[in-house]
Design a binder for this molecule. Structure first.
Ligand SMILES: [Mn+2]
Length: 318
């Protein structure tokens, strides 16, 4: 996307090595020099049903090349803005955190190291899951930062304290986040249907500072009213579980849940967040290529992330 073609290579989306958005690769984590750094976290040992999200980062990277046509940025005629214009878009792909089979804590530690390296470089971390447990090391990496408010898009509350001693699975991340003294609150959007969390979990979440809204409640309220419930002027960490979207547009995931968001419902909330405060971290999790007929889930993930990143950078400058 950042590559001009005047007199040089055309480099169509299917040509070349596929980094995220075909942005430069920087595998030396001491040398990150960018506004946004994308890290893959292909870990899927935290699932309680279907595995497969270890393929998520590769699937999303490949899908993201669709948006790398070589012209300067992504013009949005509704906003009359060219997002991701080459002259003010500095994005690098820093590859994947190392994953150690059967070892959740070591794999999570490697993910945390990647996010810490990105924060140390002063860049925005954008992490590609992996199952939702990878949010735990991402949030751990913010321990030396100013406080954050977490905004989650998900079908499931992911607020289980522990189950058979397991505290770092994909049903636990928002509970682990709420325990941090630097996490000031949670907004949990899209929660519905067969849940990852029992009634006590919902009560505990609310008691720990969470605002929980289902897709149906959000449709009744509208985007403006939902945004108004999120504390203004804060530093937002946004965690997007692809199963927050409806399975009709996002089938490629381990635990699909019908009755989910449409694309623009989420994009309007993400856009609103970039104007309401500062987005300081992003992860997008639970994309699994095995169940992704036509690759539409990976394309949705890439489209959400590139449009979100474009708006973050644009509204930071505005
Ligand atoms: Mn989740």
């Amino acid at each position: 996307m950042a590559h001009g073609y005047e007199g040089g290579r055309l480099d169509l989306p299917f040509v070349g090595i596929c980094t995220f958005g075909k942005y430069p690769l920087q595998l030396d984590w001491e040398k990150i020099d960018a506004d946004v750094a994308v890290l893959g976290a292909p870990f899927d040992l935290g699932t309680q049903w279907r595995t497969g999200t270890r393929t998520g980062p590769r699937a999303i990277r490949e899908a993201s090349t669709l948006f790398a046509f070589g012209h300067a940025g992504a013009y949005d005629h509704e906003d009359d803005v060219t997002y991701l214009a080459a002259e003010n878009t500095r994005i690098v792909d820093i590859g994947d955190a190392d994953i150690v089979h059967t070892d959740t804590l070591r794999s999570h530690a490697n993910i945390e190291a990647g996010v810490r390296a990105i924060l140390k470089a002063g860049a925005l971390p954008v992490v590609l899951g992996g199952d939702h447990s990878i949010n735990i090391p991402c949030i751990n990496a913010f321990s030396e930062q100013e406080p954050i408010h977490i905004v989650q898009f998900d079908a499931h509350l992911d607020f289980v304290d522990e189950r058979h001693g397991v505290r770092f699975g994909h049903g636990n991340p928002l509970r682990r986040a709420a325990e941090k003294d630097y996490v000031t609150g949670l907004t949990q959007l899209g929660i519905r249907n067969v849940s990852s969390t029992a009634r006590e979990g919902y009560e505990a979440a609310r008691a720990m500072g969470s605002d929980i809204l289902s897709v149906r409640q959000i449709r009744k309220l509208g985007a403006e009213a939902v945004l108004a419930r999120i504390p203004a002027g804060k530093r937002y960490y946004v965690t997007i579980d692809i199963d927050g979207f409806d399975p009709s547009i996002a089938p490629g995931t381990g635990t699909p849940s019908h009755g989910g968001f449409a694309y623009y419902e989420v994009l309007e909330l993400l856009d609103g967040l970039t104007k309401r405060g500062t987005v300081v971290g992003v992860d997008l999790v639970e994309v699994a290529r095995e169940y992704d007929a036509g690759g539409i889930t990976a394309i949705l993930a890439a489209q959400v992330l590139l449009n979100f990143i474009g708006r973050i950078l644009h509204n930071r400058r505005a």
